[in-house]
Design a protein around this ligand. Structure first.
Ligand SMILES: NC(=O)c1ccc[n+]([C@@H]2O[C@H](COP(=O)([O-])OP(=O)(O)OC[C@H]3O[C@@H](n4cnc5c(N)ncnc54)[C@H](OP(=O)(O)O)[C@@H]3O)[C@@H](O)[C@H]2O)c1
Length: 251
């Protein structure tokens, strides 16, 4: 199935759904007229209509009108929604549930998404989804057991990176640089380092070694980070978020 003739439906039209739809539209993957979103109120739907998408208050209509159905309600609403739409789900549907832990910013910008398929989803469906979601950033298919780890690494991980960026900038403020400038330089530094990792494919330890002049400034700074157990602390953070996501999935 070509993405051009694909009709995409969203059940739930909030931040996650909106971010994904904007990514699809911006990449020209699907015309706005082929997107239909449902939500109980018009609170979020107004913005969808402004971008040319179709909207409804009826979840079943989304099932009737769409092939790719993206479930994007809050988790506590989902069981009721599933009960409501289950009778309308047919073999031609590809139903995707957005994974808890992927933030809007992850979807829109530094996109890193993973998905796992259910037993009814074949290669064609997986490659269609990958093609669509890739327009919003990096997208890889993974075994389901990686989904919660992805939450700990990337979904929640953006918050660790913000914390690190804040600390970088505050170090510069402490040494006398204005805060706004320090924040912009910190963000640019993270962006440059992230690009190097993706573009070279090198292990981060190698890239880090490459910028350490013997006896220079960087190795002196890294020694302080090692004394503060930065690596062990970040590993603990990923572990804690993954375990939390696992226990939430069991609730
Ligand atoms: N755990 C995490 O870190 C994390 C982070 C972000 C997102 N997520 C996941 O992403 C999903 C959506 O999050 P979000 O931030 O986009 O939420 P959101 O902005 O609150 O949007 C939820 C949407 O669902 C709609 N809705 C409520 N009840 C519904 C029903 N019965 N039928 C259809 N739609 C209904 C809401 O309608 P109204 O427009 O009328 O309010 C709203 O459009 C959640 O499953 C969440 O777990 C997880």
């Amino acid at each position: 199935m070509e993405a051009a003739e694909l009709r995409v439906g969203f059940v739930g039209a909030g931040r996650m759904a909106g971010g994904l739809a904007r990514g699809l539209l911006r990449a020209g993957k699907v015309p706005a007229s082929s997107i239909l979103a449902s939500a109980p109120s018009d609170k979020n739907l107004d913005a969808w209509r402004e971008s040319g998408c179709r909207t409804t208050h009826c979840n079943l209509e989304v099932l009737q009108e769409s092939t790719l159905v993206i479930l994007a309600t809050k988790p506590h609403v989902l069981p009721g929604v599933l009960q409501e739409i289950r009778p309308a789900v047919g073999p031609h549907h590809i139903v995707v549930s957005l994974v808890a832990g992927v933030t809007l910013q992850t979807l829109q910008r530094a996109g890193a998404m993973v998905f796992a398929r259910g037993s009814g989803a074949g290669d064609e469906e997986a490659s269609l989804l990958k093609n669509l979601l890739s327009s919003c950033g990096l997208c890889e298919e993974v075994p389901e057991s990686y989904i919660n780890i992805h939450t700990g690494l990337s979904g929640s991980g953006v918050a660790y990176v913000y914390l690190f960026a804040e600390a970088l900038a505050e170090g510069a403020v402490k040494m006398g640089m204005p805060g706004g400038l320090a924040s912009r330089i910190a963000a640019q530094t993270l962006l440059g380092a992230a690009k190097m990792m993706l573009e070279t494919g090198e292990h981060p330890a190698k890239l880090r070694g490459d910028v350490c002049t013997p006896g220079g400034t960087t190795i002196h700074a890294l020694h302080q980070l090692e004394k503060g157990a930065l690596r062990a602390t970040v590993m603990n953070a990923v572990e804690a978020a993954t375990n939390r996501a696992r226990s939430m999935a069991e609730d």
